[in-house]
Design a binder for this molecule. Structure first.
Ligand code: GLN
Length: 454
């Protein structure tokens, strides 16, 4: 096969299903075909020996792509045509991947259903009356529907793992600092990480290896060797020790999610691993801590969208203040405004100690909980989400329920740890995800277990 054949297949599939799934904001057929032609000329050279050579990909629309619209699913960036590539895109391009298009998401990655996109919602390929999850809902749905071979998502509080779980695919959130954030539109900078969404664990390992590594343009990326993750997929997990936090199979988690995890643990035991119940006592503060700290960071990060430097600008402002006010009132959606207000409030002089500082203290305790457990066990396991995918419209007007759905993914981001979601059964025809959390920079162990389980 040629690269053009692969791209043809991908576009054909997109034409078949996209009017139902709506996973993309932009599909750039012309660009993709042009790139495929160029790559076809390299077939037979060293370049074409690379595993990802010619592989069609979808990229979440908050990752900056040169000459390809990057909207963050917001009216604010409707016409943002970047003049450079994010570091992860440079890395993928150098490996010969083909970007087919930009995938739908919650506006500025804030949400859990892909319904806060300014453009349109995305539909769950398993059942079109359900959401694909979010915020990387387009990235997960496009892989699940076979439109592309892999995608990139971002995960600030679960946005790779939760849609992967809802769509029955594999999604990994790397250790904070593993992957460069340069060229990734910031939501909450001390949480955001880019990661792969794929059909299999092996594919995931290949993509992570391609995008990982230190980057001088991101001072929070870590100088540390990138292992060959595929080498760790030995199938051998004998003697590995699993911790199962009782809080992850307790209150707020549905019976079906618990049962799926207990069944998965049986499989893992059968493969020679052992498990014990543990406690992460501070995890109950996770949601509150996360929504305060991330909203605070977001309120600061999103200050740059002022109608002067980027994207949308209101028409006929009366003066500068009016320009800011109208641009931001018109350009941002409700969920984004809610976060900005929440964050601004939490950071304000009179409330900083009571909210922001307290939330950061809780964050440190949550990290300590994990440090304790991971000093004795290889991985921590639980469900990815408390329930399978919501119905369309079910939680979007019930914000507290929507936020509560992040219960099991958020502690991982607060601690900066890596975690994967792999498919582990179904409930009423909707997929469920098993979450495997590992130690800092130990994605290899996570992959080994996920691959043995898969
Ligand atoms: N659902 C979470 C939120 O709305 C997670 C978002 C994310 O990881 N980008 O903040």
């Amino acid at each position: 096969v040629t690269v053009s054949d692969l791209v043809d297949q991908s576009i054909k599939r997109i034409n078949e299903v996209e009017d139902k799934v709506k996973a993309f904001i932009t599909v750039d057929e012309e660009n993709a075909r042009g790139r495929a032609k160029q790559l076809d000329e390299q077939i037979g050279t060293e370049a074409s020996d690379q595993v990802l050579f010619g592989v069609p990909a979808g990229i979440k629309d908050n990752i900056v792509t040169k000459n390809l619209l990057t909207t963050c699913a917001s009216k604010m960036l409707e016409n943002f045509d970047p003049i450079y590539d994010a570091t992860v895109m440079e890395k993928l391009n150098s490996k010969g991947t083909v970007t087919i298009g930009k995938t739908n998401m919650d506006e500025f990655a804030m949400g859990s259903t892909t319904e806060t996109s300014f453009y349109h919602p995305t539909y769950n390929p398993w059942n079109l009356s359900h959401v694909p999850g979010g915020s990387s809902g387009g990235s997960a749905a496009a892989v699940a529907a076979g439109e592309i071979m892999f995608s990139l998502g971002t995960d600030t509080g679960g946005s790779i793992r939760q849609p992967a779980a809802f769509c029955g695919v594999v999604g990994l959130k790397p250790t904070y600092g593993r992957v460069s954030r340069s060229g990734v539109v910031a939501f909450a900078s001390s949480f955001d990480q880019v990661g792969p969404i794929t059909r299999t664990v092996e594919d995931n390992a290949v993509v992570l290896e391609a995008i990982s590594g230190h980057d001088h343009r991101d001072s929070t990326s870590i100088k540390r060797e990138v292992p060959n993750y595929v080498n760790s997929l030995t199938g051998d997990i004998k003697g590995m020790k699993i911790a199962v936090p009782k809080e992850y199979i307790g209150e707020g988690v549905s019976e079906e999610s618990k049962e799926a995890v207990l069944a998965a643990l049986k499989v893992l035991e059968g493969l020679g691993a052992t498990w014990e119940e543990v406690s992460l006592p501070y995890s109950s503060y996770g949601l509150a801590s996360y929504y305060i700290v991330t909203s605070s960071e977001a309120s600061s990060n999103l200050a740059r969208f002022d109608g002067v430097r980027y994207g949308y600008r209101t028409e006929n402002p009366k003066n500068l203040l009016d320009l800011y006010k109208k641009t931001r009132s018109e350009g941002f959606g409700d969920e984004v405004k809610r976060r900005i207000m929440l964050g601004t409030f939490a950071l304000s002089a009179g409330y900083y100690d009571a909210y922001y500082k307290k939330a950061q203290q809780a964050r440190a305790l949550i990290k300590q909980d994990f440090d304790n457990v991971l000093s004795k066990y290889d991985v921590v396991i639980g469900p990815t989400t408390p329930t399978p995918a919501y119905k369309m419209g079910e939680v979007i007007d019930d914000i507290m329920t929507m936020y509560a759905g992040d219960l099991l993914t958020i502690p991982v981001n607060l601690a900066g740890l890596p975690a994967i979601s792999v498919p582990c059964g179904y409930s009423n025809g909707l997929p469920l995800g098993l979450q495997i959390i590992g130690n800092y920079f130990d994605e290899a162990t996570i992959y080994r277990m996920a691959h043995a389980f898969e």
